[in-house]
Ligand binder design. Structure first.
Ligand code: UT7
Length: 319
């Protein structure tokens, strides 16, 4: 039994903010941001465009692509670091928006690697026969935890959501997933405290990052985890049709592609228009390339991501 992706969908907030517009708020420039990150613009959510709202919009598109109704789902998993509420979890809020009830619905908080982790969890439920059809969502409002006075972070993030429907099949689908974490890296990328009772006036709950350390670690960890996926499946680098990387920095993406000896026209890049949308970035990129026809049935996809923790992982998939 394999887990197959049978539908994808995504949602991006209406408001688009360019680097030039950001340069009016903080001491930065389009030239600096683009050269260091590959980012030109990002989508920024309005108050109504919460993770569950965007996840819902993305899910409706994924359900339509899969030719299924919400009532066909057995489970909802949402990867998010920016939930609508402390509780209920975002998956419950999404379940309610979808007009269904009773099926299990839970969030996982695995930062930018959240979608890879969520897909891996879904894969376990499907392969053991515990569920038939699962909605997996990555949804984030990172700009709500962005310090707009800190130029070293505020230029990097954006909002959005991506969704996939996965289903059990005898045809090949997810070949393997590979998950890792290293909590010793906790101080390199973090949000101080989500709990109002524990918030400190001298350290507001905005994303904090040691950019250079994250960059160094990401290049090594992602290079290793894509090799691990190929090795586990006894596949050569040439077997990959598409690399769908986490969209944090074009230089990190390029380094992973080089490690795989993959030309950049085999890499799905959205970081220029989406910036870093954390758990939403991989499903957003996947949906874009499925909908514009680049990704075709039967092709082999390699997904990877890394985020605060550090947490990282990959998934090798026959689409
Ligand atoms: O989602 C997963 C995780 N996140 C990532 O993968 C991000 C990983 N890290 C990165 O992408 C890069 O480290 C950054 C893009 C964040 C930063 O690039 P960098 O080449 O590592 O720059 P830096 O932090 O070493 O800063 C270089 C200089 C500094 O000035 P000085 O000290 O050399 O005078 C910064 O103050 O650039 C300055 N700087 C800026 N200048 C203009 C930092 N941010 C900005 C800015 N505009 N927005």
């Amino acid at each position: 039994m394999y887990t197959r992706i049978i539908g994808t969908g995504s949602y991006l907030p209406k408001q688009i903010v360019s680097n030039d517009e950001l340069a009016k708020r903080v001491d930065t420039s389009d030239e600096w941001i683009f050269t260091r990150t590959g980012i030109r613009s990002r989508h920024i959510a309005s108050g109504e465009e919460t993770s569950s709202y965007m996840g819902h919009q993305a899910s409706l598109k994924a359900l339509a692509a899969a030719e299924l109704q919400a009532s066909d789902l057995d489970m909802i998993i949402v990867a998010t670091t920016t939930p609508d509420k402390g509780l209920p979890n975002t998956a419950c809020l999404l379940q309610e928006r979808l007009g269904i009830s009773a099926i299990p619905a839970f969030d996982i908080t695995v930062a930018c690697a959240g979608f890879i982790y969520a897909l891996s969890v879904a894969d376990q439920f499907i392969r053991t026969g515990s569920a038939k059809t699962i909605l997996v969502v990555g949804a984030e409002v990172l700009t709500a935890v962005t310090d707009w006075s800190d130029r070293s972070t505020c230029v990097l993030f954006g909002d959005g959501a991506g969704a996939v429907i996965v289903q059990g099949s005898e045809k090949p689908g997810i070949l393997s997933t590979h998950l890792h974490a290293d909590g010793r890296q906790k101080d390199n990328l973090y949000i101080p405290s989500p709990l109002p009772g524990q918030a400190r006036a001298d350290e507001p709950s905005y994303i904090r990052m040691q950019g250079r350390e994250v960059f160094r670690f990401a290049v090594k960890a992602l290079g290793d985890v894509v090799e691990e996926a190929l090795k586990a499946n006894h596949l050569p680098q040439s077997a990959i049709d598409w690399l769908i990387p986490h969209q944090a920095n074009l230089r990190i993406i390029t380094a992973t592609a080089e490690k795989l000896q993959l030309s950049m026209d085999k890499v799905v890049v959205t970081v220029d228009r989406h910036a870093n949308t954390s758990a939403a970035s991989v499903p957003l990129a996947l949906d874009e390339a499925v909908r514009d026809g680049r990704i075709q049935r039967g092709q082999t996809l390699l997904l990877e991501a890394i985020g605060g923790g550090f947490v990282w992982g990959s998934a090798l998939i026959v689409y």
